[in-house]
Design a protein around this ligand. Structure first.
Ligand code: TYM
Length: 332
C-alpha cells in the first residue's frame, strides 16, 4: 500500500515556492493516493512564534491548502500538535538518531548560523520530529521541494536503524517525490538564494496573499541581467535570475522551459515581466479569492482541522501501540 505524507510550516506567508514546489503537486497526488497533509505547528516552535500569530498562521496556511484545491474529505488535513503521537514518536527517534547525523544537516547549519550555541535544541532535533511525522503513519512517499531531500534521507536512516536495532521489518523506507517544473524556486532579489518565508525582504518572494498590484511591483523590481532573453535553455547558464524567472513562467503556464525560451527569445526583460506578472495574477487570483472567503469563516477551517486530526489519530494509534511494544514500554 502506498501512503503519502507531507507537511508545511505555519510560519508566515505561503509563497510561490511553497505552491509550485509542494502544494500544487499535492493537489495532483490526491487522486491517486491516500494522503495526509499536515500543518506542522510543532516544527514552527523551533523559531520564536508569537502565540496569537501561530494560531492565525495555522488557520491561514490551512485555508491556503483548501483554496489550492485539496479536498478535506479525500485527504486527511490537520495540524500536527493535535495528534500527540508525533511528539511521542519523535522522542523515540531522538534516541535512535545520532548526533553526528544531525550535525550534518545543512538546514540546521543555515538556520543556526554563527550562533549555534543559541539555537534551540528543537531546531537541532527538527529532522527527528519530521521522521516521526512521516513514520507515525508508515507513509511510503513524501512530496516535497528540493530543500527537504536531506531530511528525507535522514528519515530513511532512522527507519533503517530502528528496524536493525530491534530486529524488525517495521518501518518502510520512504521515497521522496520531488517533481514538477519548480522544485527549487529562487528569490526574486537573488537568483542564487532560495525563495523563503524567512528572507527579511518581502520583495524576494511572491506571497499567496499578495494582491495584484503588489505582485506586479515585485515582478517589476525583480533582479535581472542586461542581456536579452535566450532562445534555448542553454543560454540560461550563469544567468540565475533569468533562469529562475523563465522557470517560474514555465511552471505557472505549464509549458516546458524550451517552449518558454522560444516564446521570449530575444525579448527584453520588461516585456517578459509584463506577461509574467499577468500570468501570476491570473493563476493566483482565484486561489486568493478562495483564501479570503475561507479566512472569513474560521469555524469551517477549524472543523476541517478537527475532523482531520481525529482521522489521523485513528490511523496512528495502532501503529504507535506496536512501536511502543517493540521498544519495550510496559503497558500493564
Ligand atoms: P516548509 O514549510 O519550509 O515548506 C513546505 C514545502 O514547500 C517547499 N518549498 C519550496 N519548494 C520549491 N522552492 C522553494 N523556494 C521552496 N520553499 C519551500 C518545501 O520543500 C516543502 O515541501 N520541514 C518541512 C515541513 C515538514 C515536512 C514533514 C515535510 C515537517 N514534517 C514531513 C514533509 C514531510 C518544511 O519546513 O517545509
Amino acid at each position: 500500500m502506498q501512503r503519502i505524507f507531507s507537511g508545511i510550516q505555519p510560519t508566515g506567508n505561503l509563497h510561490l515556492g511553497n505552491y509550485l514546489g509542494a502544494i500544487r503537486n499535492w493537489v495532483r497526488l490526491q487522486d491517486e493516493y491516500e494522503c495526509l497533509f499536515c500543518v506542522v505547528d510543532m516544527h514552527a516552535l523551533t523559531a520564536w512564534q508569537e502565540p496569537r500569530e501561530l494560531v492565525a498562521n495555522t488557520r491561514e496556511v490551512t485555508a491556503g491548502l483548501l483554496a489550492a484545491g485539496l479536498d478535506p474529505e479525500r485527504n486527511i488535513i490537520f495540524n500536527q500538535s493535535q495528534v500527540r503521537g508525533h511528539a511521542q514518536l519523535a522522542w523515540i527517534f531522538s534516541c535512535v538518531a545520532r548526533m553526528g547525523w544531525l550535525n550534518r544537516m545543512t538546514q540546521f547549519k543555515e538556520k543556526a548560523g554563527k550562533h549555534r550555541e543559541n539555537a534551540s535544541v528543537g531546531l537541532f532535533a527538527y529532522p527527528t520530529l519530521m521522521a516521526a511525522d512521516i513514520l507515525l503513519y508508515k507513509a511510503t512517499h513524501v512530496p516535497v521541494g528540493e530543500d527537504q531531500k536531506q531530511h528525507l534521507e535522514l528519515t530513511r536512516d532512522i527507519a533503517q536503524k530502528f528496524n536493525n536495532d530491534f530486529g524488525v521489518e517495521f518501518f518502510p523506507l520512504v521515497e521522496p517525490l520531488i517533481f514538477g517544473a519548480a522544485t527549487r524556486v529562487m528569490s526574486l532579489r537573488d537568483g542564487t538564494n532560495k525563495m523563503s518565508k524567512s528572507d527579511p525582504s518581502d520583495y524576494s518572494r511572491i506571497n499567496m496573499t499578495d494582491d495584484a498590484d503588489t505582485i506586479v511591483v515585485k515582478i517589476r523590481k525583480a533582479k535581472t541581467d542586461p542581456a536579452p532573453l535566450p532562445a534555448e535553455p542553454d543560454g540560461l547558464e550563469d544567468r540565475p535570475e533569468a533562469a529562475n524567472l523563465l522557470g517560474l513562467y514555465g511552471a505557472l503556464s505549464e509549458t516546458s522551459l524550451e517552449e518558454t525560451c522560444q516564446r521570449f527569445a530575444g525579448a527584453s526583460f520588461s516585456d517578459f515581466k509584463n506577461e509574467f506578472a499577468e500570468l501570476s495574477v491570473s493563476v493566483l487570483g482565484p486561489i486568493q479569492d478562495e483564501m479570503r472567503r475561507l479566512s472569513a469563516d474560521p469555524g469551517h477551517v477549524d472543523a476541517v482541522l478537527r475532523q482531520g486530526a481525529g482521522r489521523a489519530r485513528d490511523l496512528a494509534a495502532p501503529i504507535l501501540a506496536e512501536i511502543e511494544e517493540i521498544v519495550g514500554y510496559l503497558r500493564p
